[in-house]
Design a protein around this ligand. Structure first.
Ligand code: NAD
Ligand code: UGA
Length: 470
């Protein structure tokens, strides 16, 4: 029988989810030993950094690591040892979109899940609770069960739970400290319910009982995809309306405010933008599209696919409006792109709208300067050239700056691509004095005080509000 009380936890995958999630579990449960493992030695070294130069930037994370690391929280590449010692194992590995084979471009690549599951089966000498923390297609637990049953040692039993993570980057620690809900899915058998209760007890150290939802395995898996799809759908809806605003003179912030006052709709996640980024929204919707298609539900697949299509449209619409406004040519003009992360308060750049914008400007032969307070230079070059771009050619046209002011020097236009707070409070008069004239600002995040900037002399264009020159 799998353990009913959890004393030792192993988390496979020390990434954006495994790291913060299990660090917070360690912080809140001092009596549980938590070991986070990864194959990536550099990542583990960074988690163990004596100077707390952690592999991810996340407000509040360092304080958690300072308190728990070395007490009951450990980071290591000794995967097998941690697996064998644990009562409960979180599988928190990456599940990217497949790049080849069946389902290419849509289905989730479950290779990392399968390898981790095989490793658990091969290594475990005692029974364990295995928890899907990664976001996976509905019924993945069934495949895990088959692999575990076929490869485990005699007498070793596994219970499988689904416990998807709902944290958002940039607010991960606050989200983990006070989650809207913790979702635990299990088989509705006696053993499944016992395993679910054991995991509930871990969270109950700081999460109130009424926020811990226990449901069936398949509902839990599907709820994670559904939540991301519905969040992204709100953004695509407001972004679709932003195009109508620009064509009519309506203002998208005012529309969002008015619509969000309806208590059935609510005000959150209605901020128009240059498009959503991040590692999950697009990936999880494409995963849902693929699932729908394999279930022979083409209308359902098309419905969700439109959310991703609208996002692509919004990114390209914004950059092409910028080019049109700059007199339909940006050849050799300097454009300063402020922000490279996919949202503020993170150094994560996965699927960031900035990548599309800069590549579009590059195609138009513009000179681009880029500034982001958290993203490392090497990451920017890697992202820009990931589809086979010639790095030397990029370096001739693109420069990475050390400050916003430096990036804006001599620029014809500034593009706000990430809503970092420091862009709101820039010395805009000083910025204006350093730019070529007329000086344009394109606010893709609706963070700037447009009348104040116009008073300085800028020509300001915000996504979703009158774009008079078009
Ligand atoms: P990530 O790429 O940052 O981290 C995954 C880690 O797993 C990597 O460091 C990788 O080296 C490691 N890994 C892979 N296979 C391994 C193995 N066999 N043994 C040991 N380590 C292994 O990914 P992430 O952003 O943390 O996402 C993980 C999962 O969580 C994904 O399914 C994602 O959809 C989901 N999720 C992510 C977020 C988010 O904000 N990033 C939020 C909720 C859910
Ligand atoms: C999102 C979800 O919010 C989390 O609940 C989920 O756990 C996570 O995905 C995941 O599964 O990975 P995250 O991508 O980290 O979290 O960040 P969000 O705050 O959701 O922002 C995603 C993107 O949407 C960002 O580019 C953000 O700028 C954009 N966004 C968000 C808007 O354009 N408008 C909004 O109103 C809100």
């Amino acid at each position: 029988m799998a353990p009913t009380q959890v004393k030792k936890i192993c988390c496979i995958g020390a990434g954006y989810v495994g790291g913060p999630t299990c660090a917070v579990i360690a912080l809140k449960c001092p009596n549980i030993i938590v070991t986070i493992v990864d194959l990536n030695q550099a990542r583990i070294d960074a988690w163990n950094s004596p100077t707390f130069d952690l592999p991810i930037y996340e407000p509040g994370l360092e304080d958690v690591i300072r308190e728990a690391r070395g007490r009951n929280l450990f980071f290591t590449t000794e995967v097998d040892k941690a697996i064998d010692e644990a009562d409960l194992i979180f599988v928190s590995v990456n599940t990217p979109t497949k790049k080849s084979g069946v389902g290419k471009g849509f289905a989730a690549d479950l290779n990392y899940i399968e390898l981790a599951t095989r490793q658990i089966a091969r290594i475990a000498t005692t029974s364990k609770i295995v928890v899907e923390k990664s976001t996976v297609p509905c019924r993945t637990a069934e495949s895990m069960r088959t692999i575990l049953d076929a490869n485990s040692r005699p007498g070793v039993h596994f219970d499988i739970l689904s416990n998807p993570e709902f944290l958002a980057e940039g607010t991960a620690i606050a989200d983990l400290f006070a989650p809207d809900r913790v979702l635990i899915g299990s088989l509705q058998t006696e053993e499944g319910k016992k395993a679910s209760a054991a995991l509930s007890a871990v969270y109950n150290n700081w999460v109130p009982t009424d926020r811990i939802l226990t449901v069936g395995l398949w509902s839990s898996e599907l709820s994670k995809l559904a939540a991301n799809a519905m969040l992204a759908q709100r953004i695509s809806s407001i972004n679709a309306l932003s195009a109508i605003c620009e064509a009519t003179g309506a203002n998208i912030d005012e529309v969002a405010y008015a619509v969000g006052k309806d208590s059935r709709i609510g005000p959150k996640f209605l901020k128009a933008s240059v498009g959503f980024g991040g590692s999950c929204f697009q990936k999880d919707i494409l995963n849902l599209v693929y699932l729908s298609e394999t279930l022979h539900l083409p209308e359902v697949a098309a419905y969700w696919k439109a959310v991703v299509d609208m996002n692509e449209y919004q990114k390209n619409r914004f950059s092409s409006n910028i080019v049109k406004t700059l007199f339909s040519t940006v050849t050799n003009k300097k454009i300063a792109v402020l922000g490279f992360a996919f949202k503020k308060d993170t150094g994560d750049t996965r699927e960031s709208a900035s990548i599309t914008l800069i590549n579009n400007f590059f195609q138009e032969a513009a000179n681009v300067t880029v500034y982001d307070p958290e993203v490392k230079e090497a990451q920017i070059w890697q992202d820009l050239t990931e589809n086979g771009g010639d790095l030397a050619a990029y370096k001739k046209k693109i420069t990475i700056s050390n400050s916003a002011l430096e990036a804006c020097e001599g620029a014809a236009a500034i593009v706000i691509a990430t809503e970092w707070d420091e862009f709101r409070t820039l010395d805009w008069t000083a910025v204006h004095s350093k730019m070529s004239k007329p000086a344009f600002v394109f606010d893709g995040r609706l963070i700037l005080d447009a009348p104040a900037l116009r008073a300085i002399g800028f020509s300001v264009h915000q996504i979703g509000s009158g774009w008079p020159s078009l």
